[in-house]
Design a binder for this molecule. Structure first.
Ligand code: ADP
Ligand code: MG
Length: 684
């Protein structure tokens, strides 16, 4: 049996079971063997009935003492079986499984494992697993038992049996692919041992040893996959070597502010990348408000002054327009022609701008997804920038890059990714971090209150408006349907009108026509609109430094990362800013989140905590991240293994960059398989 064989080649997998397995994304023997337990139950101790522990799972060996009975209990059938050993007796009970009655022979001996309670003067074992006693070979009892995650209508019993069958059929035939030197150096268990013991551990110790190997394997392969992609790109793709531009000094000096030290450092890193003939593949990571836009502008400036075109893509029209309008004036002073390409242009406008891009009349194009459409062609594209990259997939980034001949690539993100994770997530990118905010920024004071404070909060907003500031209100959204989204902003706006007499309130939601959105954003930017009621469409990038209040209704609906992003819309200028979180939820997770928001403004700290509160599974489930599902590694707990895996990866590639040696052959196959199946589609 091969790992790549279809899962139906395993004994016990019929048509129905196959369908259910497919729903769990299990198609091959390998998929099944890599469906790891979520936890275990220790049934290794067999007890006498007289020594049973109540309210716990106990395992006993017992004889069937009387013929089983099916008893009607309301609308259900209770199956009751008397069990005895030489120390006492009890009843095993099952609900709704009348066929069990026929499973047991009087006076036969079986193993039973189940929770035991003392009820109505009787000792009961509830819905126990049972099986015939087989010397050394029991699957469900008398050992540590695996419990599997979300088995989609497959009972634990069936999946356990199937995996057991798969292990029997592949027994010790799995071919080790980790080279011996790595297994020795990092003291990793053998492949067969690990797979066997992760499902049916012989002891606690063998479980730890097995898990350690599999965690290492998972992280090591992922690292190796990402690093080989990076190597390939560097190898195959020769990029442009941009020349230093003396005018750049004037450009930077002409800005209304001085670059922070962190910005300066990142600019230097980018300059160095751009001047080399390797293709730049750099991620700029900086908390909300750290000043990433101007860094993009500087890189674009260098490209254009080298007679190449540049493009900057943003996830929303509001943001693309903001970039265009903000940067156009300063770029124009240096004779750089800019353009904006979004979905809402008229056909005529679009044709016109497409022509200018193709003929090289426009030097820098800002825009949305519209930029990656087929009909967009550049004359000589030298630099591609994506802003708020977590909203785009690798594919979209690649399509845009393919419009040039190996252009340099710069990717911007405010999503604060814990450093340890960045190592994995961005294994194929170089990373620059802006770890400093522009001077004069004050801490955004954050409060969380319940809705009984709403009126007082409004009074506070009024005070800010009176001193000339502006406010955002994120209103709750029942569900993500267009109709309700509209309803909720509309009715909220109506409701607060009388509270804020004399002030101009407007609203924004995702399904509005881009033109309307644009008008509203302009109104808010130039101060005509005082309060902007909005859904989360303003979540990323929007920059209105005069806004000082962010009020978030139903704050429990949002994750920490999103709350932090929303809060980042204020505190972007010299004024003291406030974030007010309204929630009536008293759930533990909500309270925890509110506490973190109040305590810190630091995105990295917040994401670390997020990871702790929610655990990596959920953390990665959010759209903020695009890692493939990790089957066993826990990026929070397994940091030390991650570091070792990384070290091993570097060492392997150093000694054998293309994994061409005989001892690395199988490893190479594994890595290629991973790249093809998983890594290609990541949205990093
Ligand atoms: P983000 O990193 O969130 O994209 P932006 O680039 O939008 O941040 O910058 C946020 C605000 O900070 C803008 O108003 C921008 O003009 C301003 N800014 C950027 N760099 C500096 C700096 N070095 N000194 C002062 N203000 C700056
Ligand atoms: Mg930005």
């Amino acid at each position: 049996m091969n790992l790549s064989d279809p899962v139906e080649s395993i004994k016990g997998v019929g048509e129905q079971t196959l369908k259910k397995l497919n729903k769990l994304n299990i198609y091959t023997v390998e998929d099944l063997l890599y469906h790891f337990p979520r936890e275990y139950e220790d049934r290794s101790t067999v007890r006498k009935i007289s020594e049973i522990e109540y309210n716990e799972v106990n395992t006993i060996i017992a004889k069937i003492g009387m013929l089983p009975q099916n008893i009607k209990k309301g609308r259900q059938i209770l199956t009751k079986v008397n069990l005895r050993d030489d120390s006492g007796s009890l009843f095993a009970v099952w609900f709704g499984q009348p066929y069990l009655k026929k499973q047991f022979q009087l006076n036969e001996t079986y193993l039973f494992s189940g929770k035991v309670t003392y009820k109505y003067g009787q000792i009961q074992m509830e819905s126990p697993d049972y099986e015939k006693v087989i010397e050394d070979k029991n699957i469900f009892t008398r050992r540590i038992i695996p419990l599997y995650p979300s088995t989609y209508k497959l009972s634990q019993k069936i999946i356990r049996q199937l995996i057991h069958n798969a292990l029997e059929e592949t027994q010790n035939q799995l071919i080790e692919f980790l080279p011996l030197w790595i297994r020795k150096k990092y003291q990793l268990a053998d492949y067969n041992y690990a797979i066997n013991n992760i499902h049916f551990p012989e002891s606690d110790h063998s479980y730890f040893v097995a898990r350690n190997r599999l965690v290492f394997e998972e992280l090591f392969l992922l690292q190796l996959g990402l690093m080989s992609i990076k190597k390939q790109m560097e190898q195959e793709r020769k990029g442009f070597a941009f020349k230093p531009i003396s005018e750049l000094e004037d450009f930077i000096r002409g800005l209304p502010f001085e670059l922070t030290k962190a910005q300066q450092r990142v600019v230097d890193e980018i300059k160095e990348d751009m001047s080399s003939d390797k293709v730049m593949n750099r991620l700029v990571q900086g908390d909300v408000g750290s000043g990433k836009t101007i860094i993009a502008a500087i890189a674009l400036f260098i490209a254009v002054k080298n007679n190449y075109q540049g493009v900057m893509m943003a996830p929303t029209e509001v943001l693309a327009t903001q970039h265009y309008q903000g940067l156009m004036p300063i770029l124009e002073q240096f004779n750089i022609k800019t353009g904006l390409l979004t979905g809402s242009l008229t056909k005529k406008q679009k044709e016109n701008i497409l022509k200018q891009i193709a003929e090289g009349d426009i030097d820098i194009v800002f825009g949305t997804h519209a930029l990656i459409q087929e009909n967009v062609a550049f004359k000589s594209l030298g630099l591609v920038i994506t802003d708020e990259q977590h909203r785009f997939g690798v594919r979209q980034r690649t399509i845009l890059s393919d419009k040039g001949n190996n252009p340099d690539v710069l990717i911007m993100t405010a999503t604060p990714i814990p450093r340890t994770l960045a190592l994995i997530l961005y294994g194929d990118l170089d990373i620059s971090i802006i770890d400093e905010l522009p001077p004069g920024r004050q801490k955004i004071d954050t409060y969380s209150v319940d809705s009984s404070y709403r009126h007082r909060v409004y009074q506070f907003i009024k005070k800010e408006l009176m001193s000339g500031r502006q406010a955002y209100i994120i209103c709750p959204m029942v569900e993500e349907s267009d109709e309700q989204e509209l309803q909720s902003v509309l009715s909220y706006t109506e409701k607060i009108k009388h509270e804020f007499e004399g002030y101009h309130i407007s609203y924004l939601h995702g399904k509005m026509k881009p033109k309307e959105k644009q008008k509203i954003m302009e109104g808010f930017l130039n101060g005509e609109i005082h309060i902007l009621v909005s859904t989360t469409v303003i979540e990323v990038g929007v920059n209105v430094p005069n806004a000082t209040i962010m009020l978030i209704e139903n704050a429990e609906r949002f994750g920490l990362a999103q709350l932090h992003q929303l809060r980042g819309r204020v505190g972007r200028g010299k004024f003291k800013s406030y974030c007010i979180l309204i929630t009536d939820s008293k759930s533990k997770v909500t309270m925890e989140r509110m506490k973190v928001m109040k305590k810190t403004n630091n995105g990295f700290e917040i994401s670390e905590t997020d990871l702790q509160i929610r655990g990596p599974g959920e953390f990665f489930g959010t759209r903020q991240h695009g890692l493939p599902d990790l089957k066993i590694a826990n990026l929070y707990k397994d940091i030390s293994v991650l570091k070792k895996a990384q070290e091993a990866c570097l060492e392997a590639l150093n000694m054998d960059p293309y994994l061409e040696r005989e001892e690395h052959k199988l490893l190479k196959n594994k890595v290629n398989q991973l790249i093809n199946e998983k890594i290609k589609d990541l949205s990093l």
